[in-house]
Ligand binder design. Structure first.
Ligand SMILES: Nc1ncnc2c1ncn2[C@@H]1O[C@H](COP(=O)(O)OP(=O)(O)O)[C@@H](O)[C@H]1O
Ligand SMILES: O=P(O)(O)OC[C@H](O)CO
Length: 501
């Protein structure tokens, strides 16, 4: 009997494939990094072919390591870096350009123009998003306007658009299925999250032909079957969700008011708001948490572009650490009297500031500032940004201080130092689960639940287990002084670098 699930987690810097057994235990996994392309300041691209190769290689390796028959895999769940935009030729299957990654800022001028023309209110009302280069629509338009002949081909239906989930499905099914799920569609700026459809008015605003777009399905759905020669059996793709949505599911944040925060390259906090799509008054995003059996659950989301990427910068940019795990002990050894503050706006600032043109800044350096103070500042910055999001969420969700418990996951939560500082600066408990691969678990659950292998939401929620709770221990005065320093630093960075109106 088919009793395994393959989860494909296609992230910003690497692809992972994980085989889960019928109890949602990990049987085997494989991971592969791929090349990041930075063709100019503010531009980030991926080669879609590299992504495809990494996914196929890790999936085959995971199946090999698990020593299972491909036919014993009941289904595949795909989860992915969101917003990253691929446009490819329907006939040849070849992408017309490298994928434009979510972090890419090349369309900030287009977004500023659309804002100036007064379109943001309409866009926000329909999509829950803001006019920022982060999302797919202006990236698609850039490709149509800059790749020779692209617009004409798109208009005649010869080009297809997809986020990474959609592109992978299309390749996995050998071009048979051009589909995405509601969570990924909700990140394009083209999808009406209230009516659950592509929006003609938005398509006209961004000048994008309808013929390029995939059909949109629930997160648990029979999306298509893999070509037999890929893995040695034709396996159904049964689950699909953007990575932050899959993590929300993997953390079992099914009840309104539950919050998860994922610390990978960036940090993404998602608050389940149930069947209500709450309009943020604090520049958070409204998004689809998940859509199951045709019922949409909404969320408020705060997106921070640089979290673990600041640690990577310490390693690759400054060369002051060899691996990420060194940052905690270094931060511990930092001079307590120095208050070095890093504003890691390497790719602009996301929520709640939305300043695409601002770049990183560092404040409070002395002659004695060294690697330890830089490491501490990088880890602290992630926590200060989380507090910015929590403040905004508390205001939107109408909750008072002290009642938030955050479920955390992602590579960076391995750092005890960061988790303790996070609890301190938020003045709230932080819950770290036993399984940190919650994104993959969420994708696996979608597919396994659809296959009839895993229980429904309630049964799945019982599987979630706490590994450690971090309790706040910082004095109130210290907490508020430090946070005020951060707020001053961010405002200085914005004041000096954001373009004046
Ligand atoms: N012990 C640690 N301390 C601090 N940061 C860490 C630690 N371990 C991993 N990281 C950071 O976590 C990130 C990797 O997390 P991951 O969830 O794999 O990211 P992604 O899915 O975005 O590729 C990297 O940016 C890395 O620098
Ligand atoms: O690849 P990650 O984990 O950094 O997530 C990227 C996000 O989905 C971008 O919105």
């Amino acid at each position: 009997m088919a009793s395994y699930i393959l989860a494909i987690d296609q992230g910003t810097t690497s692809s992972r494939s994980i085989i889960f057994d019928e109890t949602l235990g990990v049987t085997a996994s494989d991971q592969r990094e791929f090349t990041q392309h930075f063709p100019a300041s503010g531009m980030v691209e991926h080669d879609a072919e590299d992504i495809w190769d990494s996914v196929v290689a890790t999936a085959r390796n995971a199946i090999g390591k698990a020593q299972i028959e491909p036919a014993s895999i009941a289904g595949i769940g795909i989860t992915n870096q969101r917003e990253t935009t691929v446009v490819w030729d329907r006939k040849t299957g070849k992408p017309i350009h490298r994928a434009i990654v979510w972090q890419d800022r090349r369309t900030s001028g287009d977004c500023a123009r659309l804002q100036k023309e007064g379109h943001e209110a309409l866009v926000a009302a329909k999509t829950g998003l803001l006019l920022d280069p982060y999302f797919s629509a202006t990236k698609i338009r850039w490709l149509l306007d800059h790749v020779e002949g692209a617009r004409g081909k798109a208009e005649s239906g010869d080009l297809l658009f997809g986020t990474i989930d959609c592109y992978l499905l299309w390749r996995l099914t050998d071009g048979a299925c051009h589909r995405t799920d509601a969570t990924n569609a909700a990140r394009t700026l083209l999808y009406n999250i209230h009516d659950n459809c592509w929006d003609e008015e938005l398509l006209a605003l961004f000048d994008i032909p309808r013929a390029m777009l995939p059909t949109v399905e629930d997160c648990a759905f029979e999306f298509g079957f893999t070509a037999k020669e890929l893995f040695g059996a034709s396996i159904p793709v049964l689950g699909m969700a953007g990575d932050q949505h899959a993590a929300t599911i993997g953390q079992a944040c099914f009840a309104p008011g539950m919050v998860k925060s994922t610390y990978g390259t960036g940090c993404f906090m998602v608050l389940n708001t149930g069947t209500r799509a709450i309009r943020s008054e604090n520049r958070l995003l409204t998004t689809i948490a998940y859509r199951l059996d045709g019922e949409t659950t909404y969320a408020l989301e705060g997106a921070i572009f640089i979290a673990g990427a600041a640690v990577q910068w310490l390693r690759d940019g400054l060369g002051i650490i060899k691996n990420a795990g060194e940052t905690g002990p270094l931060a511990d050894a930092a001079d307590a009297s120095q208050e070095v503050v890093l504003v890691p706006a390497f790719a602009g600032l996301g929520a709640p500031y939305w300043e695409p043109e601002v770049r990183g800044a560092i404040f409070g350096l002395t002659r004695n500032s060294g690697p330890a103070e830089f490491a501490r500042a990088a880890l602290e910055a992630v926590c200060y940004q989380t507090r910015d999001l929590v403040e905004a969420m508390r205001a939107d969700w109408g909750r008072s201080d002290g009642d938030v418990t955050l479920r955390v996951d992602g590579g960076m939560v391995a750092s005890d130092w960061t988790m303790q500082f996070l609890a301190d600066i938020l003045d709230a408990p932080i819950d770290r689960p036993t399984i940190l691969e919650t994104t993959a678990v969420g994708a696996a659950w979608l597919a396994g639940m659809k296959a009839g292998l895993y229980p429904g939401k309630d049964g799945f929620a019982e599987i979630w287990q706490l590994q450690r709770r971090f309790e706040p221990a910082m004095q109130e005065a210290d907490r508020e002084r430090k946070y005020a320093n951060w707020q001053r630093a961010v405002q200085s960075a914005i004041a000096q670098q954001a373009p004046r109106a």
